[in-house]
Design a binder for this molecule. Sequence first.
Ligand code: IMP
Length: 179
Amino acid sequence: MDKITVKDKIFKPYISDKELQESITLIAEKINHDYSGKSPIFIGVLNGSFMFMSDLLKKINLQCTVSFVKLASYEGTATTGKVSELIGLNEDLEGQDIILVEDIVDTGNTLIKLYEILEEKKVNSIKIASLLFKPDAYKKSHPIDYIGKKIPNAFVLGYGLDYDGWGRNLSSIYVLDEK
Ligand code: IMP
């Protein structure tokens, strides 16, 4: 596969479509096993998770529901500082088993904010599935339950992930070409 230019940067092929699907199959098999007899709700974090969610869900054989959320940040009062709000969540989550579906976990800030907001909703359990994980960038201690691939601390693009809004439609993952 060839290098591509997205906006003003050059990216090179990194994880193929086939490799992605193999990782997603492994995650789906684990979830099917772990949640056997349960009916979890899959909650995807927009925008990046839409492709992963779509391919993952096709491999899930549980009775389940699906929803998407977006994390919006705004300035609160002087005492509250930056406040994060979940938008798009209309379901009653009380007593539910939640599987949070993320495209990538980098520092973990997004994930922990989501986790804290969801925990307040008296849910039964929360687990996290992320297609990609950057262990060297991760600043939190919370475990990521289902990981597709661990990658080094580099900027990646495609399969839902963007560079300034571009490149989400690519069917495989590319990495920034530093040369
Ligand atoms: P975190 O809060 O630092 O873990 O970042 C999570 C979010 O940052 C992801 O959901 C992505 O939207 C974005 N992100 C982190 N790393 C990358 C990357 O390498 N490429 C594209 N987006 C990224």
